[in-house]
Design a protein around this ligand. Structure first.
Ligand SMILES: CC(C)(COP(=O)(O)OP(=O)(O)OC[C@H]1O[C@@H](n2cnc3c(N)ncnc32)[C@H](O)[C@@H]1OP(=O)(O)O)[C@@H](O)C(=O)NCCC(=O)NCCS
Length: 169
């Protein structure tokens, strides 16, 4: 990575489309493999990401470095029903090789701007308690901790604690 430009240079963020599914899927599965981001342990099928991109209620932003996909962030409906229609759940996944290059920060800020433009009033995040990097990232983005769900995982096991965070827009 010696020829890599300094953080911030060459990064572009844009709305993802169907042609980006494979890149988003690859980065998503890295996060699953790392066992830090989600309860999922098996690789996600490409069709899952294709489904997001085909769903108008699901917004995915893609970060590229000189046209190379390096991370993505998404908004998806928080819960069904009119009471929750102005809230969205956020996710951020950065390619392993590009973590700690401020891409998460850039995408998070872009996601907040996108959510505001869509007229949303709140973003919500669910983070595994041991996922220090994501907890620091959301703190920098102005989220507050709502609370901690204890042993909030799949049945048959202790289950990890899950930190709930929110940001009013
Ligand atoms: C969590 C994640 C999105 C952070 O993205 P990133 O691009 O590496 O984060 P940034 O470089 O923008 O860092 C922003 C801040 O987060 C914190 N941070 C990020 N990675 C960190 C780490 N490994 N250790 C400690 N703090 C960390 C720092 O405070 C950092 O600011 P600083 O560099 O000024 O100190 C990334 O590590 C990732 O994709 N992880 C796997 C997927 C995941 O866990 N997603 C979150 C669940 S939705």
């Amino acid at each position: 990575m010696a020829s890599e430009p300094p953080a911030g240079m060459g990064f572009e963020i844009r709305l993802a489309g169907p042609a980006d599914a494979t890149a988003i899927w690859r980065i998503y599965n890295q996060g699953i493999e790392d066992r830090l981001a989600t309860f999922a342990t098996g690789m996600s099928p490409l069709s899952e990401v294709e489904g997001w991109l085909a769903d108008s209620r699901h917004r995915v932003l893609l970060a590229e470095n000189y046209r190379q996909p390096v991370g993505w962030a998404s908004l998806r409906p928080y819960r069904e029903g009119p009471a929750f229609s102005a809230m969205a759940e956020m996710s951020v996944y950065i390619d392993r090789a590009w973590r700690r290059h401020a891409v998460g920060q850039l995408l998070g800020e872009a996601l907040i701007a996108e959510a505001r433009a869509l007229g949303l009033s709140k973003l919500i995040g669910y983070l595994l308690e041991h996922n220090t990097s994501s907890r620091k990232l959301v703190e920098k983005l102005g989220f507050r901790v709502v609370g901690v769900h204890l042993r909030h995982g799949p049945p048959n096991g202790a289950g990890p604690n899950v930190v709930v965070v929110e940001r009013l827009l």
